[in-house]
Design a protein around this ligand. Structure first.
Ligand SMILES: [Fe+2]
Length: 438
């Protein structure tokens, strides 16, 4: 029996909600309403905000139904309320929030049976439902990041990721020429991933795997945090101001480093991709290593370009949706997998772990592609365009497959490291290498 679009939407809504619920119910009421970091919302804000967005877009707009709680719209408007102010708002308490989410969801499942899924761009191929599924999953990753910032007894557990299956090291040469970046066909792709467009790139080399903790520890041991040569001017100023000495959550441990993850401290695993570094740290490491960060276009070409056909794939491994064999996604394992753990997920050129494990900083400001048009509202992406934000690509262990594609774009301030963020390096080929490529 084939799954209909409506069944798939219902499944995705349910899957997102079970994760949201698990993340919220893992802590007690006091922890739910508490702010664990000034850059994060109280978990109970994320929780009710997810329901409010679902109400705004699906109950009111798509369904044309009466508001459930028009009076709370302002409280859960992310633009009107900076994160540090959210704990002071008269938010729904956890019990009220649970009830609100239930009511909204009942209405959505009812209207999902009735509304046409064609004839209007907002509902074509279920777009608005897909947008809301992705929104909830994105907040689930944010809630997971809040869990990582929370201090207290560990409350989250998950089985470890698979061990390394192959040795992955060194760099891969990506041929020059045009490739298709972005998408015009992926039904649930967001406005900033659109439209598909041709990009011409010179050949370049990119790391076959994300930079590991072991590699990053060498940068620290070599005095990388104390040498302004490796840092940009703004990066060095931030490093000084913030007193950075190692990735977030790293603590000295004898001769080495330990790392606290979801309340459990253990020695840093050398073969795992480094995580919780900001853009400036990634850029400094790359310079120290005699390399640079890839541009966003380079990252996407390395991830999607199939040299045999010349076309761009949905994912590095092909066009099929991610399975547990392809990538470490979906909070299945609450840590990055070691380098070499996902040979089935490699790109045709042999670049590994582009999807899942850690978000990867790229050296590109967040802007619209040529032909960009805001949809369904300017506040989704367009208001963030400009030089304030750097792009992150590929998703992390905390990202759900529904909110992760070869074209998916994330963005944050270059000083942020509460994200599950790592990176890989790239390199411009010298003339002799380019000549050798023909
Ligand atoms: Fe949101």
């Amino acid at each position: 029996m084939t799954t209909t679009l409506r069944e798939r939407i219902a499944d995705e809504l349910l899957r997102a909600r079970s994760r949201t619920t698990a993340l919220a119910e893992a802590v007690d009421e006091a922890d739910l309403v508490k702010q664990h970091s000034p850059i994060m919302s109280p978990l109970v804000w994320d929780f009710a905000h997810v329901g409010n967005q679902e109400e705004l877009w699906l109950v009111r707009d798509v369904g044309g139904r009466e508001p459930v709680r028009r009076d709370i719209d302002e409280l859960y408007d992310a633009f009107q309320n900076p994160r540090h102010e959210r704990p002071q708002l008269p938010l729904l308490n956890p019990t009220e929030a649970r009830g609100y989410l239930r009511t909204v969801r009942e209405k959505v499942l009812d209207l999902l049976e009735r509304v046409p899924l064609a004839g209007r761009r907002l509902v074509d191929e279920g777009f608005a439902f897909g947008m809301i599924v992705q929104h909830e999953q994105q907040h689930d990753e944010t809630m997971l990041a809040t869990h990582q910032l929370r201090v207290g007894e560990p409350v989250l557990t998950a089985p470890p990721p698979p061990p390394a299956a192959v040795e992955v090291a060194g760099e891969v040469v990506v041929p020059g020429g045009r490739f298709t970046m972005g998408t015009s066909t992926e039904p649930w792709a967001l406005d900033n991933e659109r439209p598909a467009h041709q990009v011409e790139l010179a050949p370049f080399a990119i790391d076959a795997a994300p930079v590991s903790n072991g590699q990053y520890a060498q940068f620290i041991a070599d005095g990388g945090y104390d040498d302004p040569r490796w840092w940009s001017e703004s990066g060095w100023a931030h490093r000084q101001r913030a007193g950075l000495v190692a990735p977030m959550h790293w603590v000295p441990d004898g001769d080495g480093w330990a790392y606290t993850r979801f309340g459990v401290t253990s020695p840093v695993a050398p073969d795992e991709p480094v995580v919780h570094v900001c853009f400036h740290e990634a850029q400094a490491y790359a310079r120290w290593a005699g390399r640079r960060l890839p541009t966003e276009a380079e990252w996407e070409k390395a991830a999607r370009f199939d040299p045999a056909t010349g076309r761009s794939r949905r994912y590095p491994w092909g066009d099929v949706d991610p399975t547990p064999a392809h990538a470490n996604l979906g909070q299945r394992h609450l840590r990055p997998a070691p380098v070499g753990a996902y040979p089935a997920g490699a790109s045709p050129l042999g670049v590994h772990q582009l999807i899942g494990d850690v978000w990867e900083w790229v050296d590109t400001d967040f802007t619209g592609y040529p032909g960009f048009s805001p949809f369904p509202y300017r506040e989704y992406s367009e208001v963030f365009f400009g030089s304030d934000y750097k792009v992150l690509r590929g998703g992390s262990f905390g990202t759900d497959p529904a909110a992760c594609r070869g074209t998916f774009r994330n963005w944050d301030y270059p000083i942020r490291r509460q994200v599950f963020s790592g990176f890989r390096c790239a390199r411009t080929l010298d003339p002799a290498e380019r000549a050798a490529l023909g």
